[in-house]
Design a protein. Structure first.
Length: 90
């Protein structure tokens, strides 16, 4: 991660970017990120915000990382879950 930050790359890392935003501001942010021409890493439990924005989901758990090549709703359907908070219970 440090090496990436030292190189001239288009990389944004966002941790729960929608926590204190109203609906209009969330929509503006989502559109700006969709238009962003670079790599985007988003940590979020806001599935509506992630919908249409992400093409990969990384699942961290049981001492491993699993890559899922799909959107957020496909990931939840595959896991038979209604929300991302259910992952925390497992």
């Amino acid at each position: 991660m440090i090496k990436l930050l030292l190189e001239p790359v288009n990389l944004l890392i966002l941790d729960e970017p929608t926590n204190h935003l109203d609906m209009k501001t969330k929509d503006i942010l989502k559109q700006a990120l969709a238009d962003y021409d670079g790599t985007l890493i988003v940590v979020s439990h806001d599935r509506d915000f992630l919908d249409g924005l992400v093409t990969k989901v990384y699942e961290f758990g049981h001492k491993k990382v699993t890559e899922h090549l799909c959107g957020i709703y496909e990931f939840l359907e595959k896991k038979k879950m209604a929300s991302l908070q259910e992952l925390e219970k497992k």
